[in-house]
Design a protein around this ligand. Structure first.
Ligand code: FES
Length: 81
């Protein structure tokens, strides 16, 4: 059995397996990652840091690429609603 860790996505507690990235946590929470200038919801496309479609705020720092950041216990993630 793999270890779990808990973090917050838009103030909702979400658990992910240890080793998961923030993009997995956001997807598990069912949240939108961000919205385009036109208001359309965006989601990860490349999964390797190139497209910037997965940008979220992590622990108060804006525009972090969720696909590149390992999830940590207690992390606070904020996405566009
Ligand atoms: S999914 Fe493309 S940069 Fe994260």
């Amino acid at each position: 059995m793999s270890a779990k860790l808990w973090l917050w996505v838009n103030q909702v507690a979400v658990d992910v397996p240890a080793g998961a990235n923030v993009a997995a946590a956001v997807a598990r929470a069912g949240a939108h990652f961000r919205r385009s200038c036109g208001g359309e919801p965006r989601a990860p496309l490349c999964g390797m840091g190139v497209c910037f479609e997965c940008r979220v705020e992590i622990d108060g720092v804006a525009h972090r690429r969720a696909c590149l950041v390992p999830a940590r216990e207690g992390m606070r993630v904020r996405c566009d609603d």
